[in-house]
Design a protein around this ligand. Structure first.
Ligand code: AVJ
Length: 322
């Protein structure tokens, strides 16, 4: 009775080529930087799951609180027959949406979209065990690329949870929202989670936890580059740094070289020198205000219909429509 398909939108070698491109561009630029998507190999995904359970890391719990309270309202407002989830990862919070949409009697299909084929297979397996009559059409794709969601019955609800939109730079965010908008038909909707501006001390602690899990997560990108590109980074030669940028209203994660060092990256035929104390940006995690979210959605052709926050006002969930 269960139906499962997995479509590869990414050619098998596209990921490797993209990593080479990003590492070459990022490590030869000044200041050095790497895009955060390369954190998430199997070990990085596991470290991220641990982050979501840390006492300092409130966003996951805050968003779950909102979904637990508001998923029925989302279902009533959208009547979605297809739920598309971008960057679905372990699909854990998604169950709240699936339950509400099934309760409303509309949901037929779930389309998780992720760059990680293994994450998709695992998540789909767990969901199919619990929802045997749900069709799961998984898509291996980069949500920053062309999405194109062919053949999914409308109305469709596209969910982009976790505050991941904050990991995109403003220009990337604008392009991403326009491309989501382009894939939506009248009656479809976008549900997006955004972490909110708050006391910088709370934000910095969430990205520099006492147990050091986020530091390990940050350094994991060096393990990924070592394994995939044959590089010889010593992850312990770097310190994890989290700083609040008040002008941009974002957290930056950086890796700071503890001493002058040179790393070789044979696959790129490259040697990269770091000065002592030099910092490389590894992630931007933007924090939002309701008006800013509404403005960015509107600029992409999306009208804000609902805005929900958790009781403590830490995290926002927006529902918008073309
Ligand atoms: C949930 C993927 C958006 O920016 O908060 C967690 C990733 N980075 N700790 C975030 C992350 C450091 C995260 N996202």
């Amino acid at each position: 009775m269960s139906e499962f398909t997995l479509t590869r939108r990414l050619p098998a070698d596209a990921t490797a080529a993209a990593l080479r491109h990003d590492v070459l561009a990022g490590l030869t630029s000044d200041p050095k930087q790497l895009p955060p998507k390369w954190f998430y190999d199997a070990r990085g995904s596991e470290l991220f799951e641990r982050i979501t359970r840390l006492p300092e890391y409130y966003p996951t719990r805050a968003e779950r609180e909102i979904l637990a309270a508001r998923a029925p309202a989302v279902a009533a407002a959208t009547g979605a027959r297809t739920l598309v989830e971008l960057g679905s990862g372990s699909s854990e919070k998604t169950r709240l949406l699936i339950d509400a949409l099934r309760g409303a009697g509309t949901l037929r299909a779930y389309t998780p979209v992720d760059v990680s084929e293994s994450a998709l297979e695992q998540a789909a397996g767990a969901l199919l065990a619990d929802y045997p009559d749900l069709a799961v059409h998984a898509l291996v794709a980069d949500f920053q690329g062309d999405l194109g969601l062919p053949g999914t019955p409308g109305p469709r609800l596209v969910a982009f949870l976790g505050g991941t939109v904050g990991n995109l730079l403003p220009a990337e965010r604008a392009a991403f929202l326009r491309s989501v908008r382009a894939g939506l038909a009248p009656g479809d909707a976008l549900l997006m989670g955004t972490d909110l501006v708050k006391d910088p001390a709370v934000l910095v602690a969430a990205y520099d936890d006492a147990a050091g899990v986020t530091a390990e997560f940050d350094k994991n990108v060096l393990h990924v580059i070592n394994r995939e590109l044959g590089a010889d980074f010593d992850p312990d030669g770097f310190d994890h740094v989290a700083v609040w940028d008040p002008a941009n209203e974002w957290i930056e994660m950086r890796l700071r070289a503890r001493s002058a060092l040179t790393a070789k990256i044979p696959a790129l035929d490259l040697a990269v020198a770091f000065e002592a104390g030099e910092e490389m940006r590894t992630e931007v995690s933007a924090k939002f205000r309701r008006e800013g979210v509404e403005r960015e959605l509107a600029a992409a052709g999306l009208a804000l219909r609902h805005w929900w926050a958790d009781d403590a006002g830490r995290f926002g969930l927006s529902l918008s429509e073309p």
